[in-house]
Design a protein around this ligand. Structure first.
Ligand code: FES
Ligand SMILES: [Fe+2]
Length: 395
């Protein structure tokens, strides 16, 4: 099996990519550099939210960056503006509730703004025309794709448009374009999980299919890692897997998931495909996990030096609970069973990095497995992206 994935305009070669150094993790200077570049809206591409979280006209705090608001205007247009009131710079939205109103009102002294960020006025204060014009909320360029909204560097818009075209091609080539369409899907639950590790340990694990067969009994009997099929763009990777012939048999929850899917498709009088999952990672912060029956949009939020949160939105078809009562909860429980296992995997990487540093070991920081189907090619790909994008950052 080759370790090179050539395509029009971008080829990924997985061997020869150096792993990140131990000093790249939980390093205060590096954390500050990442915040000033990879996680600064407008630097490259940064996921901010999905249409599912903006169910109408109004606004809410951005999913991927609490410093911003996402707004939807009467004409449907979505914008990103700063969540900082221009009176005193206090954040206005302090939670993720969707506010179904035509204006954004600051709770402290009631300055209010239109959904394009322009200032309407403030309580018991008058402005001249110039003041009013200068006191709008800062706005950020947005790139929208399939209902996903990203802050984008305006100078790189074309590059990212090409990326999403590649991603579309990858799904279309496998007959899976519908998987990217969330019409008819609904958010079942949203959960934040804190991790005592650098956010990059989460992305390493997301690009690692190697651990699935030995480590996740349930998941490994649901999705067949022998069918692993990688695709890569400059800023994303996807793993496509087929259903395992054990049909979830090594976990009660995964077995019920597959049985529930069989009932769901039978009751809808439609064939059931052998598709198990597509795991798509769009760097730096978005993961789209498209399981057969369950979709999870998840975002990595660095919360400090060596800590992060993973926020997961669990989505199911609108009709699933009616067609097979209880199936959405079973799928979520199965996903969470694997998530608990993954949390140990993610945090143990940071424990190991810290221990190796404290012992003064001069070790290879990560030995990526590219044998056979190259089950850790996604980790190597994340490393290559990280080094390339960080090199563009102001030092
Ligand atoms: S801080 Fe927003 S109105 Fe004063
Ligand atoms: Fe895992």
């Amino acid at each position: 099996m080759s370790v090179e994935w050539p395509r029009n305009g971008y080829t990924f070669r997985a061997d020869g990519v150096p792993a990140l150094d131990l000093a790249d993790f939980a390093n205060p200077a590096r954390h500050a550099q990442e915040q000033a570049s990879l996680f600064r809206p407008g630097h490259g591409l940064l996921y901010l939210g999905h249409d599912l979280l903006l169910p109408g006209k109004g606004h809410r705090r951005a999913d991927g960056d609490e410093r911003l608001l996402l707004t939807r205007d009467d004409d449907g247009r979505v914008r990103a503006v700063s969540n900082l009131c221009t009176h005193t710079l206090r954040p206005m939205a302090r939670d993720d509730e969707f506010i179904d109103r035509s204006c954004i009102t600051c709770p402290y002294h009631q300055w209010s703004y239109r959904r394009d960020g322009s200032l309407i006025g403030g309580r018991d204060i008058s402005f001249n025309r110039e003041e009013r014009a200068s006191l709008g909320l800062a706005s950020f360029e947005l790139l929208s794709w399939r209902g996903f909204h990203f802050a984008v560097d305006p100078a790189r818009r074309r590059e990212f448009d090409a990326e999403f075209a590649r991603l579309e091609d990858d799904f279309a080539a496998r007959g899976l374009s519908d998987c990217l369409d969330f019409d008819g899907w609904t958010v079942l639950a949203t959960e934040d999980t804190p991790y005592a590790s650098d956010w990059k340990t989460f992305m390493e694990v997301f690009g690692d299919c190697y651990h699935v067969p030995p480590y996740h009994d349930g998941l490994a009997s649901f999705s067949d890692c022998d069918t692993l099929d990688w695709t890569f763009g400059e800023h994303f990777h996807v793993q496509f897997l087929e259903l395992h012939e054990e049909r979830g048999g090594r976990s009660g929850l995964y077995a019920q998931w597959v049985q529930g899917l069989e009932q769901y498709h039978a009751r809808r009088e439609e064939p059931m495909s052998s598709f198990a999952v597509a795991w798509a990672g769009i760097y730096p912060n978005l993961m789209i996990e498209l399981y057969h029956g369950l979709r999870v949009i998840s975002v990595v939020l660095p919360t400090g030096n060596g800590t992060h949160v993973n926020r997961a939105h669990y989505c199911v078809p609108d009709d699933m609970e009616t067609v097979v009562p209880g199936l959405p909860a079973i799928m979520k429980a199965a996903f969470d069973e694997t998530g608990v296992e993954d949390a140990i995997l993610v945090e143990s990487r940071q424990v190991g990095i810290d221990a190796a540093r404290s012992l003064g070991l001069e070790v290879k920081p990560y030995h990526v497995n590219l044998t056979g189907l190259a089950p850790e090619a996604g980790t190597a790909h994340f490393y290559s992206w990280y080094r390339r994008e960080l090199a563009r950052s102001p030092h």
